[in-house]
Design a protein around this ligand. Structure first.
Ligand code: COA
Length: 260
């Protein structure tokens, strides 16, 4: 499918989604958010796609935030509705049922950092800068940054990042657990592909249920989360993938998963 603001290429089980407004450092306007929603809904239904790599076009930015030109003229009600719409798109990405790897190829600020945090895993290039600069503009993060950031890096670091509005380097983002890996820019997509392929070699249903256990479990008490985990563990025992995975180990051969 063709989008106004995205490139969407699918090959060998991976969807490569690129936000394509390089002249505005891939800032998120309403069209980008609508395109992301349609694109990820389509990817969710496409059985041939087993993993997604999400990046920004050009060499400078992943996404430099929500489009400030749009934010500057919104009414309070529009602001609230825009925030809720954006939160839903990011929730869709977080709960896609397939791993989404953010290839953070430059600035990931404001909505860009929030978008990266909604992805399953983040790999950054050495030149990337991440941050939540909203308070500089007199607003708070609006795409769930105040909620996902403390879950990833803790409350104290969140307060420093959000209140200072200062971006941090890729190396610092790695140190505090905001990104999973930092690689030279030329190796970024290759590193994302290598991780995607590693995940894709595993049982697809087990991968999906593991993501569900972590994502849903984070919203529950630990006791409820453990019960959810045990239930999903039991569900895995009904799958052909579980039989194949365990049999392949015992027969000392690689498994051939079918996602059934
Ligand atoms: N919204 C709208 N336009 C944006 C944007 C955003 N979030 N971020 C960058 N742009 C635009 C710039 O206005 C400029 O457009 P122009 O050429 O028509 O003037 C273009 O993208 C290039 O950006 P520029 O600022 O010239 O690049 P730079 O290398 O000097 O600075 C940044 C890069 C990321 C430091 C700077 O663009 C910036 O601070 N952006 C805003 C970040 C932000 O506050 N994001 C949170 C929003 S809630």
């Amino acid at each position: 499918m063709a989008y106004q603001t995205l490139l969407d290429e699918r090959r060998d089980g991976i969807a490569y989604v690129t936000i394509n407004r390089p002249e505005k450092l891939n800032a998120l306007n309403d069209q980008v958010m609508a395109d992301l929603q349609t694109c990820f809904e389509d990817i969710q239904q496409d059985a041939a796609v087993r993993a997604v790599i999400l990046t920004g076009s050009g060499e400078k930015a992943f996404v430099a935030g929500a489009d400030i030109g749009v934010l500057a003229v919104q009414t309070p009600v529009e602001g609230k509705e825009r925030s809720i719409r954006g939160q839903r798109v990011l929730d869709l990405i977080e709960n896609l049922g397939k791993p989404v790897i953010a290839a953070v190829n430059g600035y990931a600020l404001g909505g860009g950092c929030e978008l990266a945090m909604a992805c399953t895993i983040r790999i950054a290039s050495e030149n990337a800068k991440l941050g939540q600069p909203e308070v500089k503009l007199g607003i708070v993060p609006g795409y769930a940054g105040t909620q996902r950031l403390p879950r990833l890096v803790g409350k104290g670091r969140t307060m420093e990042l959000v209140l200072s509005a200062e971006p941090i380097s890729a190396a610092e983002a790695w140190r505090i657990g905001l990104v999973n890996q930092v690689v030279p820019a030329k190796d970024l997509i290759g590193a994302c592909e290598a991780l995607a392929r590693k995940i894709m070699a595993n049982g697809p249903l087990a991968v999906r249920f593991a993501m569900e256990a972590v994502n849903r479990g984070m919203e529950m008490t630990e006791e409820q989360g453990q019960f959810l985990e045990a239930t999903l563990f039991g569900l895995c025992c009904t799958t052909a993938d579980m039989k194949e995975g365990t049999r392949a180990f015992l027969e000392k051969r690689p498994p051939k998963f079918t996602g059934q």
